[in-house]
Design a binder for this molecule. Structure first.
Ligand code: BES
Ligand code: MN
Ligand code: ZN
Length: 498
């Protein structure tokens, strides 16, 4: 899919299959719709008044209107003018994508990017538009007997004023890369656990490193993980015949100056299937535990976008990956293991395995002397209870980092909500037989999970995103969302060295 801009003076004379313009729910036409209306002698306004309520997400197709060159004009509902915001723009473009995809249109021009928006500048608007076009084209067909025909259209062109053209182009490139990275994360999430194994994730990292010369992948196998003494991670992995993988994917920018800044490290939980281990989960919806590697997928998706955009900042992805199964070799409740940090852990519940593999990855991250470490994990059902499927849970003791990540999530329409991480909760993790227990009981389950992780992050700025509620959807819409790739990319784009 290609993205471009046009600054042509006459909208009515633009040659395209689809030309999209916005109409508000009070009947107000956007400037572009006004211009088109004038060209067709008032037909557009008349039809809009009679057949269109302008609600967000609605669309109305006008075929070959008089005086307009485009094959079709598509009116996109923008809702109330005073409520117009970035999320409206995205919903309108989702509606446009549905029309283009269902009618097999190959070229579309949208005029919406020119509309000012209180919460998104021209660059951000273009980013959101390109990302939406990419993510709306996603369809899973990897394990169907007949592959679906590719579902995308050739070009999306944004009509913008000349003064906005450069920013719009920048935003389009960024949005396309973010959309691709998001779709990549979704595919990995959607793949079944018998395909997407730890080995498969390692191969995916290596394939990315082949595609982008700025990426280097290193996949540590069982022997190397043992040599490193990641006793906590290994205790989870040993319950499965599927070999674990510890993946390090390192992005080093071309520009020498950019390499002087300390790296940002992203850590992702890569449990390719979580049956709970000996503390086994109930059968209902257990299939959804194939999504327990969505943190890992978001790391790979983000690094893909980072490499595609050649960001001038070093970013390192770390993924501990294994399965969590019950078996004769599985860890047991009451087992005490020694983590890479040297701290001992009493495993009171083998289903709290995410933190057991992440703690060793967080200790491993120390060697990169990171500026910031952010981990992403489908960590707790408690976070889903607290925040549902709207916000990811954000945990950090660093107020500045919290504010930056919350802002990035808001701007990228991939929101997070901060939950507390106070020392008073740490007491719940007391163990009589080890330095720490791996669970803190039912109260504040998402918080005690974050408290556990925090014990392994004394040497750097750190934040944890619990994406258990946001990384995938259940029900008829079952599928991975690719979150929080958009949040992470927004944060990275805003934290490039000057
Ligand atoms: N992968 C799960 C968390 C999860 C549960 C994500 C439901 C999405 C939906 C995690 O490994 C887990 O099992 N957590 C336990 C922790 C508990 C044993 C302290 C949980 O949330 O029940
Ligand atoms: Mn679990
Ligand atoms: Zn899990």
């Amino acid at each position: 899919m290609k993205f471009s801009t046009t600054t042509a003076s006459s909208l009515a004379a633009l040659k395209t299959q689809v030309l999209a313009a916005g109409v508000f729910s009070d009947g107000t036409l956007s400037a572009a719709a006004e211009a088109l209306d004038a060209a067709c002698g008032g037909t557009l306004r008349r039809i809009a008044k009679a057949d269109f309520d302008g609600a967000v997400g609605q669309s109305l197709t006008l075929h070959k209107p008089e005086g307009i060159t485009a094959d079709k004009v598509i009116l996109l509902g923008l809702g109330r003018p005073d409520a117009y915001q970035a999320s409206t723009l995205v919903r309108a473009h989702q509606a446009l994508a549905k029309v283009c995809l269902s009618t097999n249109a190959q070229s579309a021009i949208s005029t919406l990017c020119a509309l000012p928006c209180p919460d998104a500048d021209a660059t951000q608007r273009a980013r959101l538009i390109a990302r939406t076009a990419m993510t709306e084209s996603y369809q899973y067909d990897h394990t169907l007997s007949t592959r679906k025909p590719s579902r995308t259209w050739n070009t999306l062109t944004l009509h913008v004023p000349r003064a906005q053209a450069a920013n719009t182009r920048t935003g389009l490139d960024q949005g396309a890369a973010i959309g691709k990275g998001t779709n990549f994360a979704r595919l990995l999430g959607d793949l079944p656990a018998n395909v997407c194994t730890p080995t498969y994730l390692g191969q995916a990292a290596k394939a990315l490193a082949r595609e982008f010369k700025t990426l280097k992948a290193e996949v540590l196998d069982q022997k190397k993980i043992e040599a490193l003494k990641m006793g906590s991670f290994l205790s989870v992995a040993k319950g499965s015949a599927e070999p674990p993988a510890f993946i390090v994917l390192r992005y080093t920018p071309d520009a020498a100056a950019a390499r002087k800044t300390k790296p940002i490290v992203l850590v992702g939980k890569g449990v390719t299937f979580d049956a709970g281990g000996i503390s086994i989960k109930p059968a209902a919806a257990m299939d959804e535990m194939k999504y327990d590697m969505c943190g890992a997928a978001s790391v790979l998706g983000t690094l893909r976008a980072v490499a595609e955009l050649n960001l001038p900042r070093e970013v390192i992805g770390i993924i501990p990956s294994c399965e969590n199964l019950p078996s004769g070799t599985a860890n047991k409740p009451g087992d005490v293991v020694t983590s890479l940090s040297g701290k001992t852990i009493e495993i009171l519940n083998t289903d709290a395995e995410g933190r057991l593999i992440l703690c060793d990855a967080l200790t491993y991250a120390e060697r990169f002397k990171p500026a910031v470490v952010i981990d992403m994990a489908t960590l707790t059902g408690a976070c889903v209870v607290a925040l549902g499927h709207v916000n990811s849970g954000l945990f950090t003791q660093d107020d500045t980092l919290a504010a930056e990540l919350l802002a990035a999530g808001r701007e990228a329409l991939d929101p997070a909500w901060r939950l507390p991480l106070e020392d008073d909760y740490q007491e719940l993790l007391k163990s009589n037989f080890a330095d720490t227990a791996n669970i803190g009981g039912r109260p504040a389950g998402a918080i005690t999970a974050a408290c556990f992780l925090s014990r392994f992050t004394p040497l750097y700025r750190w934040a944890h995103l619990d994406i258990a509620g946001t990384a995938w959807r259940s029900g008829s819409q079952k599928g991975a969302t690719g979150r929080p790739v958009p949040l992470l990319m927004q944060y990275l784009l805003e934290h490039l060295p000057a």
